[in-house]
Design a protein around this ligand. Structure first.
Ligand SMILES: [Zn+2]
Length: 294
């Protein structure tokens, strides 16, 4: 009797000495977010929501998910230090995930001492521009839920990078609109291809700023815009395969020389095509990036 009592007492003391050897599992690994790409200003961010997510909210919007829980978001050039994703699971509980956003240095040029002048668009051009903006906005009104965006993107053309995302000129203290895209300079007529599969939403020449313009819907709110084209080989509604020839480089619209401006949007947010996960470097372009001014 004394023996068994001692054992019991020892056990109790041992328990008291190490009270928390096994912590209750508050977060099971399946209930975590996984992010597949670098998180920085202007980036396209692809990730996996926790297993069993029935609703995913980012910046007040419900995000579509693939069958295996993948999602894509775009971070603005001027995104702050962190953003939050909120997943709701089937049992009603929520999982929050805070993404720490790496800030970037953008190429800012300050030009002072310019003679003050005001350039007003003539009224008939303002009307044309208003109609063009409405056309472009309408083309992005109903994003497809296709999974074209899940394939790694390729460059739409070869050439020299002559302009990079995010650069900005400040004239006499007045900031101009940042350059939202990457410019690939090459000869007029150089063929260009679809950087990923998608559905053509806009394909026509004659835009006052964009010139010849193709907008491709890659699904899940991700759109490519190809500007200044000299030739357009596709029409709205066409379903494109990645690598398919869609037109040719030009200098139509507001362009100082022949180049392809490749813009990328996630909804209304302009993102940097060069942050697309898996996009290889453009051959021979690295030296040009450092010298790029736009
Ligand atoms: Zn450009």
């Amino acid at each position: 009797m004394a023996f068994s009592g001692d054992v019991r007492a020892d056990e109790v003391r041992a328990d008291e000495a190490q009270p928390e050897q096994v912590e209750p599992a508050k977060v099971v690994p399946e209930a975590e977010f996984r992010i597949e790409s670098p998180i920085m200003q202007g980036a396209v961010v692809i990730g996996h929501a926790p297993q069993g997510t029935v609703r995913l909210v980012y910046d007040g919007q419900d995000l579509p998910l693939t069958a295996d829980g993948r999602f894509v978001i775009g971070l603005h050039r001027d995104t702050g230090k962190e953003v939050t994703l909120t997943a709701t699971l089937a049992d009603g509980s929520t999982v929050e995930h805070v993404l720490a956003v790496t800030p970037r240095e953008f190429n800012i040029q300050r030009v002072n001492g310019l003679p003050p002048k005001t350039v007003n668009m003539p009224p008939e051009m303002l009307e044309q521009r208003k109609a063009e903006v409405a056309e472009i906005t309408a083309a992005r009104a109903t994003p497809s839920l296709d999974l074209f965006w899940t394939q790694p993107f390729i460059w739409p053309a070869s050439g020299r990078i002559s302009g990079i995302y995010g650069s900005q000129r400040i004239r006499n203290g007045v900031p101009g609109s940042p350059h939202y895209g990457v410019d690939i300079a090459n000869k007029t007529g150089t063929p260009m291809v679809a950087p990923a599969s998608g559905i053509v939403r806009v394909a026509r020449s004659g835009f006052s700023l964009e010139g010849g313009l193709i907008i491709i819907d890659h699904g899940f709110n991700l759109y490519s815009s190809m500007l200044h084209l000299s030739r357009i080989d596709v029409k709205p509604g066409d379903v494109l395969m990645q690598g398919q020839q869609i037109g040719a480089i030009g200098s139509t619209g507001r362009a100082t020389g022949p180049h392809l401006h490749w813009g990328l949007r996630w909804g209304n947010i302009h993102v940097d095509p060069t942050t697309l996960p898996g996009l290889p470097p453009l051959p021979g372009a690295s030296a040009a990036i450092a010298a790029a001014q736009h």
